[in-house]
Design a protein around this ligand. Structure first.
Ligand SMILES: NC(=O)c1ccc[n+]([C@@H]2O[C@H](COP(=O)([O-])OP(=O)(O)OC[C@H]3O[C@@H](n4cnc5c(N)ncnc54)[C@H](OP(=O)(O)O)[C@@H]3O)[C@@H](O)[C@H]2O)c1
Length: 316
C-alpha cells in the first residue's frame, strides 16, 4: 500500500483512505467493515460526524474476524470547535477514543481554526455549528496556542500518535510555527481541481507537513446539501481523461492528487463505489494531464463556514 512517511514519527499514513462524513449511522459499521475487507486501512473520522461509535464497531468486528490488527490501521479523528479550551481537549479526545473503542488515535486534528463556546456533550452531541434554536453557537475565546499545547499533551500521553490541523491557510501555519513544540504533521484541506490550492500545498511541503485532500470530487459531496455547480465527474477534461485511461472520473480525480503525494479520503455509502475509489493507484497521469486538471482551478470552495455566518470567514 502506498503511504506517506510523516515527519517526526515516520509513521506511514496511507495515501488512500476512507472518509466518514455523512456515512449513514445505520450502515456505518458494515461500511467500515467492508472497506477494511476491500483494503482500506485509513479511516478519517471526526467528533462532528456523529458516527464514531458505529465506525468503531466496524473496526472491532474486522479485528475480531482476523481481517486486520489494530496496528495495521490508521485512525484519524478531529477535535470540534466547541472543545478548544484547555480543560476540554483531553476529556474530548478520551470520549472520542471511548466511542471508537480505541486506546489511541493515529492522527488527531483540530477540525477548524475557530473556537466556539463550550457545549456540554450531555446536553448535545455532536454540538455542530448551531444551538437548539438554530443560531450559530457563540464564538469562544480560546487562542489556538492554548489548544495546541493540549494537542501536544495528547501526544505526550500516548492518546494521539500524530497531531495536525485542518482548514488552515498559510498565515495560520506561519503563526503556529512560532510556538508549536510539536509541529503539525498533517494539514487536511479541501482540494480538488476547482480548488487546487497550489501555493498552500507547496508551502506545506517546504515545512514537511503532509497534505490530505478532502472533498476530492469537488461539488459532488455538497449537491446533497443543496449546493449548485458543475459536476467534476461530467466535466469534459475529467471525462476525456477517464476515457483515455479506461478509468472512472472518480479514479482520475483521486490519482490527480495521489500522484503528487497528496493523500485522499473519498467517502462512499456504496460498496461498489468504495472499491472503485480504492482502486485508483494502478495508472499514471502524464504531467500534461495533471496540468490540464490543475488548470481547472477557479478557487471554487464548497466548505466555507462564512456561508453559515460571516463571523466565521476564516478563508476571507
Ligand atoms: N476536515 C474537514 O473539514 C472535512 C470537510 C469535508 C470532508 N472531510 C473528510 O473528507 C472525506 C471526503 O470528502 P467528502 O465526503 O466531502 O466528499 P467526496 O469523497 O469528495 O465525495 C463524496 C460524494 O461522492 C459520491 N461518490 C463517492 N465515490 C463515488 C464514485 N466512485 N463515483 C460517483 N460518486 C461517488 C458519494 O456518494 P455515495 O456515498 O452515494 O457513493 C458522495 O456524494 C469526508 O468523508 C471526511 O472524512 C473533511
Amino acid at each position: 500500500m502506498a503511504t506517506i512517511a510523516l515527519a517526526r514519527t515516520t509513521h506511514k499514513m496511507p495515501l488512500v483512505g476512507f472518509g466518514l462524513w455523512k456515512v449513514t449511522n445505520s450502515s456505518c459499521a458494515d461500511t467500515v467493515y467492508n472497506a477494511i475487507k476491500a483494503g482500506y486501512r485509513l479511516f478519517d473520522g471526526a467528533g462532528d460526524y456523529g458516527n464514531e461509535k458505529e465506525a468503531g464497531e466496524g473496526v472491532r468486528r474486522a479485528i475480531k474476524d482476523g481481517l486486520v490488527k489494530r496496528e495495521d490501521l490508521f485512525i484519524t479523528s478531529k477535535l470540534w470547535n466547541t472543545f478548544h479550551a484547555k480543560e476540554h481537549v483531553k476529556p474530548m479526545a478520551k470520549k472520542q477514543l471511548g466511542l471508537w473503542g480505541l486506546d489511541y488515535f493515529d492522527l488527531f486534528l483540530v477540525h477548524f481554526p475557530i473556537s466556539l463556546q463550550y457545549v456540554d456533550p450531555a446536553e448535545r452531541y455532536p454540538p455542530e455549528w448551531w444551538d437548539a434554536t438554530k443560531k450559530v453557537v457563540t464564538l469562544g475565546s480560546t487562542p489556538m496556542h492554548e489548544t495546541w499545547k493540549e494537542m501536544e499533551a495528547l501526544v505526550d500521553d500516548g492518546l494521539a500518535k500524530n497531531i495536525g490541523r485542518s482548514n488552515c491557510q498559510g498565515s495560520v501555519l506561519v503563526d503556529m510555527l512560532t510556538y508549536a513544540r510539536i509541529k503539525p504533521q498533517v494539514l487536511q484541506i479541501e482540494l480538488h481541481p476547482f480548488l487546487s490550492q497550489d501555493a498552500l500545498v507547496k508551502f506545506a511541503k517546504t515545512l514537511g507537513i503532509a497534505i490530505t485532500a478532502y472533498s476530492s470530487f469537488g461539488p459532488q459531496s455538497y449537491f446533497e446539501l443543496g449546493a449548485d455547480g458543475q459536476s467534476l465527474f461530467t466535466h469534459n477534461v475529467v471525462a476525456a481523461l477517464a476515457k483515455q485511461h479506461n478509468k472512472t472520473p472518480a479514479q482520475v480525480l483521486l490519482r490527480w492528487a495521489t500522484q503528487r503525494e497528496i493523500a485522499v479520503i473519498p467517502k462512499s455509502n456504496s460498496e461498489a463505489r468504495l472499491k472503485e475509489n480504492f482502486d485508483c493507484m494502478s495508472f499514471d497521469l502524464k504531467p500534461e494531464e495533471i496540468k490540464a486538471l490543475s488548470d481547472l482551478n477557479c478557487n471554487f470552495r464548497l466548505n466555507d463556514p462564512s456561508e453559515i455566518d460571516p463571523r466565521l470567514a476564516i478563508f476571507a
